[in-house]
Design a protein around this ligand. Structure first.
Ligand code: SF4
Length: 282
């Protein structure tokens, strides 16, 4: 990880006493567990807007939330983390969002000096070198920009779903985001299936990422995302060369707490190729 001071939250939490906020969030999670996604979004917008924003990275879940929220409040805020390694189709999608909804998506960028030092020291494709280097890239390009953004908000909304991956199985629809200063995080489609998401997209003619028509089931940075084969899990195309990690970048959870394989564990699990070198990602 980069040797840097953590970004400190700038905002004043909505509820001043942390224990009270925790109880309040738990109560909200119970209240909305069986509620429609629109109901949770309506409540969230009423309570937190304009200090609430939807996180959208190009995935179809985020687009559903954007569409749903825009119908409730056309002033809804949306942000994205522009890592500098996004596929061209992601920018095309945000142009379509601008045209269709009139939403000026807020782009957040990594610190140029940190990216420059990282690429100079380890090369532009350091993510293939080791899990630690991949996480370092995610830290600089995603995690730190997200911290800076969330430090200006009281609540954020993400398109996480429980069926996506093992690390997401236990997410609540309303959570206290302890990694980001105790602000409120909402996952309104946590209990949706992928089929239900696509049904919504078709029904409401929601713009979606062009790579979904090329076999992709999850959208991320270009060097770290590929199309999946029939029958593979939804997130199999993310960091596909890593076999024993949680397929998270640290923005939705602390990857270190989820049992990601360390480099030594990963090295032991890699199948050697014939000349004795480690197997490399495809
Ligand atoms: S997904 Fe890949 S390119 Fe994007 S920040 Fe993480 S390691 Fe870097």
């Amino acid at each position: 990880m980069a040797d840097r001071d953590p970004v400190q939250p700038l905002h004043q939490p909505v509820l001043p006493v942390f224990e009270e906020e925790e109880a309040w969030v738990e109560h909200a999670a119970e209240r909305f567990e069986d509620a429609a996604a629109e109901d949770l979004l309506a409540w969230a917008l009423e309570r937190f807007h304009p200090r609430l924003a939807i996180s959208a990275a190009g995935g179809v879940d985020g687009m559903v939330l954007l569409d749903m929220a825009w119908r409730l409040n056309p002033e809804v805020r949306v942000f994205t983390l522009d890592t500098g390694r996004l596929p061209a189709e992601t920018y095309d999608l945000f142009e379509r969002v601008r045209e269709r909804y009139g939403i000026a998506v807020e782009f957040e960028y990594p610190e140029a000096d940190a990216v420059s030092a990282m690429a100079t020291d380890h090369g532009p494709n350091l993510m293939y070198g080791s899990v630690d280097l991949r996480l370092r890239c995610c830290e600089i390009r995603k995690v730190e920009p997200l911290k800076r953004k969330l430090a200006t908000l009281d609540a954020w909304v993400a398109g996480l779903r429980r069926e996506q991956w093992r690390s997401r199985r236990n997410i609540a629809k309303v959570e206290l985001d302890r990694d980001h200063g105790g602000i409120v995080k909402m996952n309104p489609v946590a209990d949706w299936t992928l089929d239900r998401v696509w049904d919504y997209v078709r029904e409401h003619d929601v713009p979606y990422h062009a790579l979904f028509d090329q076999g992709y089931t999850s959208i991320g940075c270009a060097p770290c995302t590929r199309a999946v084969a029939p029958g593979e899990s939804e997130r199999a195309g993310r960091w596909w060369w890593e076999q024993e990690t949680d397929k998270e970048c640290g923005i939705h959870c602390s990857v270190g707490l989820l049992g990601s394989a360390s480099d030594s564990e990963r090295t032991a699990s890699l199948r050697p190729v014939s000349d004795g070198r480690e197997a490399r990602p495809r």
